[in-house]
Design a protein around this ligand. Structure first.
Ligand SMILES: C[S@@+](CC[C@H](N)C(=O)[O-])C[C@H]1O[C@@H](n2cnc3c(N)ncnc32)[C@H](O)[C@@H]1O
Length: 155
């Protein structure tokens, strides 16, 4: 939705969106793309609801065109990752919080290898790479902080 709204110039690009979780149940839920009224009331602008969702069996379902644009995969972040393409953007929100420090470091090292040198990593509001992985540099974007590979700055 955000790419379509804010980056219409990407319409002619081949953009690969990969969504992952360790839980098969969560993958199924995400693939279905169906949300209750309470869930869509938590911050989704009404204009986006009307444009990108359809009312089905008492729920709001993301339109098929968008659902088909996402590849859903079961991946355990703490085990060796399967082959994945190099990424421009990684959104990894509220999952590092579950891991101990050595595991956080190992996961961030994998993220770093997967992220392109000019890529961006976004974490949850209570998460950071600081004191865990100095190969990321925090960068402020408005009210948000994202993490960018330090090698980009050195180059
Ligand atoms: C608090 S939820 C966050 C979901 C979503 N990122 C968000 O911010 O709304 C944490 C998710 O991490 C997943 N998770 C927990 N351990 C994981 C692991 N080792 N690898 C991949 N996903 C994991 C859980 O199944 C759960 O769906």
């Amino acid at each position: 939705m955000l790419l379509r709204e804010h980056f219409p110039q990407l319409a002619a690009w081949k953009v690969t969106l990969i969504a992952s979780d360790i839980s098969e149940a969560m993958i199924s839920r995400a693939r279905a793309g169906a949300y209750s009224q309470i869930e869509v009331n938590r911050g989704l602008p009404a204009a986006m609801l009307v444009k990108y969702f359809r009312r089905i069996d008492g729920e709001w379902q993301v339109i098929e065109d968008l659902r088909r644009a996402v590849e859903f995969r079961r991946i355990n972040l703490t085990a060796p990752w399967p082959y994945l393409p190099a990424m421009d953007l990684i959104l990894m929100r509220n999952v590092l919080i579950y891991f101990d420090i050595p595991t956080k470091k190992a996961v961030l090292a994998r993220v770093r290898r997967q992220l392109k040198p000019d890529g961006h990593l976004f974490l949850g509001g209570g998460e950071t790479t600081m004191n865990l992985d100095e190969s990321f540099v925090p960068t402020q974007y408005g009210k948000a902080i994202c993490y960018r590979p330090a090698t980009r700055l050195a180059a």
